[in-house]
Design a protein around this ligand. Structure first.
Ligand code: PFF
Length: 453
């Protein structure tokens, strides 16, 4: 009965854009370009693409298989496929990871909204020291970032309560093309700046001397995070796929879109930064301190263009964050709706309000609230670390074992080939990756980040 009522995406393009929307996020814009720059430009891009193909796409297909076969939220999906064995815990871990990330991801998303406002009213005009101070005092303010975080969650909520087709799919169909157009506009503007060529060649010049195990493992970790694997999102979305969706082809298309956006983000940031001789750094400071500076200096001769580019950049960032946050929110909403048997609207209200509290605590932990620390680190950093560096690899690793070794291959093949209606190209290669390559690589990344290897 519940199976018959389950929502579905209405079109193939809806499936691709919604799932690509989950993948394309803040990770593409602030992390990928920085890692590329640090790790030898084109050499890193090639290795990253290799990681997406060998690790990211097989893991994504595995989550697709679990989600679509079970047609239920992530926790129940693992339970259904395993007959209620301890594997169910892996599903619960996915839901928990998705839930915890929603809270702190919303904080950074809220900062993007503040920066749209700041660009509009000219708050970002000033010298580099002023721009740094502006970010520090804003992010440490006890009220303002929380207001933006809650606002962002409410916007996400409004999409979620409209359902899978009327909310998530419709919003993705609108937002993803807009995001692409904005990205292209900014890339063109950045590449036309005098001296931009240096940035472009920096990005695309392979520095083979930098290829080492650190770079390889960095690329692996990034491909995982960027494709939203191991957090229940991909599995939850796949539960809304139709029986005719070609899982492998969809995963490849989503992987290509995600890589393309990441490379375009590099083409947006490096030419502009090099044109004014600023070296792009990482994380929040790249987006909220370095880039406002870069935009201001690069377009100092044309302040109106600088104003528009800066504004468009933060709109783009907010859209990227929103499509990812929608997918994160949906993981917990679907879970509560189906497991606690409450309406989708009530589930969404619970998720929005609890994540607002988590977001508020994370935000306060960056300010002067020393009490909001765990292991000597602000709660914000703890959430980031625990979800991204611990839960995500564990979830991904166990998912590979589950699909590669536990579920009967017949079931995996039936999902992969849509019950024999597709040719099932690369099935054996896929299975080989999931059984051997992915688990080994994930263990290597996991051990490496703790300095064990
Ligand atoms: N893939 C998103 C990004 O690159 O920013 C982040 C993310 C979203 C990770 C959703 C995990 C997730 F479930």
């Amino acid at each position: 009965m519940a199976q018959l009522e389950r929502a579905k995406f209405g079109s193939k393009i809806g499936v691709i854009l919604a799932t690509a929307g989950s993948a394309v996020g803040l990770g593409n814009v602030w992390r990928f370009p920085y890692m590329t720059g640090e790790n030898g430009g084109a050499a890193f891009i090639f290795i990253y693409i290799g990681c997406v193909l060998l690790l990211g796409i097989p893991c994504m297909v595995s989550e697709f298989i679990i989600g679509r076969n079970a047609r239920s939220n992530t926790a129940r999906a693992y339970g259904k496929l395993s007959g209620g064995r301890p594997w169910t815990a892996v599903g619960y871990l996915g839901v928990l990871t998705g839930f915890l990330i929603t809270g702190y991801y919303a904080v950074v998303s809220g900062w993007c909204l503040q920066y749209i406002y700041a660009s509009l009213v000219g708050h970002l005009d000033g010298n580099p020291e002023y721009i740094r101070e502006y970010f520090v005092s804003f992010s440490q303010n006890p009220v303002k970032p929380i207001v933006w975080t809650v606002l962002f969650l409410i916007i996400t909520h409004l999409v979620i309560v409209r359902g899978v087709r009327g909310g998530i799919e419709k919003a993705s169909k609108l937002m993803m093309p807009t995001l692409f157009i904005l990205l292209l506009v900014i890339v063109v503007a950045a590449c036309m700046l005098p001296g931009a060529g240096k940035g472009i060649s920096f990005l695309f010049r392979p520095d083979l001397g930098k290829v080492d195990s650190d770079m390889f493992l960095g690329a692996l970790g990034q491909s995982f995070y960027s494709l939203s694997i191991g957090m229940g999102c991909v599995c939850t979305y796949a539960s809304y796929f139709s029986r005719h969706t070609n899982l492998a082809a969809s995963a490849v298309q989503i992987g290509v879109i995600d890589c393309l956006v990441a490379i375009l983000a590099g083409l947006m940031i490096f030419p502009a930064a090099f044109s004014v001789g600023i070296s792009p750094d990482s994380g929040p400071s790249l987006i909220f301190i370095t880039l406002p500076n870069v935009f201001q200096q690069a377009f100092s001769g044309m302040p109106a263009v600088g104003f528009v580019i800066s504004l468009l950049f933060y709109v783009l960032l907010s859209l990227a964050a929103l499509t990812s946050l929608i997918s994160l929110h949906e993981v917990s909403t679907a879970f509560l709706h189906e497991e606690c048997r409450i309406t989708r609207r009530s589930s969404a209200v619970i998720v929005t309000s609890t994540c607002s509290v988590i977001g508020a605590l994370c935000s306060l932990s960056l300010g002067r609230f020393d009490g909001l620390q765990l292991f000597g680190k602000p709660l914000f950093d703890v959430f980031d670390f625990v979800t991204g560096q611990i839960f995500l690899p564990i979830g991904g690793f166990l998912t590979c074992l589950f699909v590669g070794w536990y579920i009967p291959h017949r079931v995996v093949r039936d999902e992969y080939t849509n019950n024999g209606t597709l040719h099932g190209r690369f099935f054996h290669f896929y299975l080989f990756c999931v059984k051997y390559v992915c688990p080994v690589c994930i263990v290597l990344v996991f051990l490496h980040q703790f300095g064990i290897i």
